[in-house]
Design a protein around this ligand. Structure first.
Ligand code: GLA
Length: 386
């Protein structure tokens, strides 16, 4: 859908008048999975697809929500923009309105909103963070609140905690707010210090493979992993003073590992601590132009998520196994929260057609699901379009 078509849809719905448009991207994480809520490193990039929102302020004291993708619509009084509505999609934007209200900010005018997404939902590419960040960037600018980008990302994360009941880390909202074209964001999720690292992949592309097995990133399994990490910290604390798994080095972990009595909790911690080390090494490798090493670390990340963290599952593992059979695949792993969703692979340009053809055919034969493939373009973080 073009911007002009989107504007036409807005006018069709709400009538003629002035309109502003905003966009925030989804993301693909290259490496550093399930490390963000442990104060570790992540290395995601913003995608060229995401969520659009068109807005017009009004003299009414209500905000109207509509989407081209979801049938549910709502009209909410400006004082009630901090109350969830069932389990509807509008809770993501409402969750963000609520964060502004918590800061004592008020909406002196009503608004008409129309959302549209070209990022696949439920595919682990952060459509929800894109929805939160586009709402934050848009409200901040429209109502002149003057809040900085990193704070907007944190407000998106809080919206996710309080209105979607997922205790997520900061990665998705951060990269959706702060990403930059052709760069990945090397983020320390403890201090929020970050570096924009150019992604120059000579003759190699980032390919995203969608298993089409929707990831169920509900409060269930994801929050269970968050709790297991807290249990690991508690088990380590008598031996080493840490507040998060991100504070222990791999070498020190090897010394205290055996003190974690619960075997599952021990494996969860092993994934997190080793993944943080892999992420640092991967960034070094990319900066030094060593893509082969980067690929080896990606593969190691997937195996650790499969064996120790147990967030992959049959579909993601099949996609990765089939990908690894193709010559010209430098590395391949699941990306995002897991339990379905997408994989990310570095593939030599000349091997992309074979990759899509072969992996597609073999994956479908094994799972009965038709996968989708996207050659990723790294785009900018959230912005005003017009
Ligand atoms: C989801 C969460 C992120 C992060 C990833 C796993 O995308 O929203 O905060 O924890 O899972 O790396």
């Amino acid at each position: 859908m073009t911007i002009e078509q989107l504007k036409a849809k807005f006018i069709e719905k709400y009538g003629d008048g002035e309109i502003s448009g905003y966009f925030s991207p989804g993301r693909v994480n290259l490496i550093g999975e399930h490390t963000d809520y442990n104060g570790g490193f992540v290395f995601p990039c913003a995608l060229s697809f995401g969520i659009y929102c068109l807005i017009r302020t009004t003299d009414r004291k209500t905000v109207r929500f509509a989407s081209l993708d979801m049938p549910f619509e709502a009209e909410v009084n400006v004082e009630d923009l901090n109350k969830a509505i069932g389990r509807e999609w509008v809770n993501y934007p409402i969750g963000v309105f609520a964060q502004f209200m918590k800061k004592g900010l008020t909406f002196d005018k009503g608004a008409d909103l129309l959302f549209y997404g070209d990022v696949p939902t439920g595919a682990g590419l952060s459509s929800s963070a894109a929805l939160e960040v586009v709402t934050g960037v848009m409200l901040n600018e429209t109502y002149g609140f003057g809040i900085d980008r990193i704070e907007l990302a944190k407000m998106g994360q809080k919206a996710e905690h309080e209105f979607a009941l997922v205790n997520c880390g900061i990665m998705d909202q951060f990269v959706s707010a702060m990403g930059m074209k052709d760069h990945a964001v090397f983020l320390n999720c403890d201090t929020l210090a970050y570096d924009l690292v150019p992604v120059k992949l000579d003759g190699v592309k980032i390919v995203i493979s969608n298993t089409n097995s929707p990831h169920k990133l509900d409060s269930g399994k994801y929050n269970e992993r968050v709790a297991e990490c807290h249990a690991a910290v508690a088990a380590i604390q008598p031996f080493q003073q840490i507040n998060a798994l991100g504070e222990i080095s791999w070498e020190d972990f090897l010394i205290v590992e055996e003190k974690i009595e619960n075997e599952t909790v021990r494996r969860r911690a092993r994934h997190v601590v080793s993944e943080i080390q892999r992420t640092e090494e991967a960034v070094k490798a990319l900066r030094g132009g060593d893509l082969v090493k980067f690929g080896v670390l990606m593969n190691g990340s997937h195996d650790s998520l499969r064996d120790d963290y147990e967030v992959t599952g049959f579909e993601l593992d099949t996609m990765v196994e089939e990908g690894r059979k193709i010559e010209g695949v430098i590395g391949t792993r699941m990306t995002g929260g897991g339990f379905g969703g997408c994989t990310v692979s570095l593939v030599k340009e000349e091997a992309i057609d074979t990759f899509i053809g072969q992996v597609g055919k073999n994956y479908e034969a094994k799972t009965g699901l038709k996968p989708l493939f996207y050659v990723a373009e790294i785009g900018d973080g959230g912005k005003r379009l017009f």
